[in-house]
Design a protein around this ligand. Structure first.
Ligand code: NAD
Length: 260
């Protein structure tokens, strides 16, 4: 199904992106990793994926807040792999502060990575997908792409923007063999969320396990973290023939968060 296709997963040196890269690697897709981290660990991850699954693995360390770096990354992938068949826009950051206290540079950073980079990778990936008559764009949005929480103005604005951009991309690619959907997860226990668990533990003077329960019960009727394996399986499903008529859709995997 995805065997031999090239998948770019942004922000795949950690968390959800890493899990999604693993899921595609297991199905024999070639993977281009992206994200920050220790260069030895990234080399190890590349070697490990290639050794376990026997596919081609690349790494592009582009800072996705830099448009020129995104353009260079996409040129490199075209030279090394031909182009991107499946684009998973996953890289993202969070900053938590009330509107009055929200530093302007943090706003710019969150919008730049969580929203603008999705626009740039998408516009640059589309020409190759059109020549192939097939392509999949999967945007990792969030429950915060559909509903809001206090103190997350930039993140909520960016993720709502990603859901909107997903719809426009779907309309502009209709009948071309390309689809674009968003996945909107609830809490996933990655480094990004661990920071919020740590903050609850510190502010409320509770143990980490208790802090996790507080975080989950605040938003998710189903008191369970979504796993990276579940997200990988959903991303694969969106690339399967069963999902050929799904486009422009925010797919929630949020334990009932947005059902309220
Ligand atoms: P994470 O912090 O574990 O991973 C983020 C990845 O993005 C890392 O690989 C990091 O190196 C990379 N990255 C950060 N800044 C970058 C930059 N400027 N350029 C390129 N790469 C950069 O986070 P995660 O929890 O795995 O989140 C991944 C995505 O899922 C994000 O878009 C996030 O908003 C979304 N999401 C997460 C949750 C959750 O509960 N963890 C829930 C809903 C949505």
């Amino acid at each position: 199904m995805v065997k031999g296709k090239t998948v770019l997963v942004t922000g795949s040196t950690s968390g959800i992106g890493r899990g999604i890269a693993e899921a595609f690697a297991m199905e024999g897709a070639n993977i281009v990793l992206n994200g920050f981290g220790d260069s030895e660990e990234i080399d190890q991850l590349k070697q490990d994926l290639a050794a376990r699954h026997g596919m081609k693995v690349g790494y592009e360390g582009a800072d996705l807040m830099d448009t020129a770096a995104i353009e260079e990354m996409m040129r490199n992938i075209e030279a090394d792999f031909g182009g991107v068949d499946i684009l998973v826009n996953n890289a993202g950051i969070q900053h938590v502060d009330s509107l009055e206290d929200f530093p302007a540079d943090k706003w710019d950073a969150v919008i730049s990575l969580n929203l603008s980079s999705v626009f740039h990778t998408t516009r640059l990936a589309l020409p190759y997908m059109r020549t192939q008559g097939w392509g999949r764009i999967i945007n990792i949005a969030s429950a915060h792409g559909l509903v809001a929480s206090e103190k997350k103005s930039a993140y909520v604005a960016a993720k709502h923007g990603v859901v909107g951009l997903t719809k426009v991309t779907a309309l502009e690619t209709a009948n071309s063999g390309i689809t674009c959907n968003a996945i909107c997860p609830g809490w996933v226990l990655t480094p990004l969320v661990q920071k919020q668990v740590d903050a609850i533990a510190e502010n409320q003077g509770v143990e980490l396990e208790e802090a996790k329960k507080i975080l989950l019960s605040e938003k998710m009727p189903l008191h369970q973290f979504v796993t990276v394996e579940q997200l990988g399986a959903m991303a694969l499903f969106l690339c399967s023939p069963a999902a050929d008529t799904m486009t422009g859709t925010p797919v929630t995997m949020d334990g009932g968060w947005t059902a309220r």
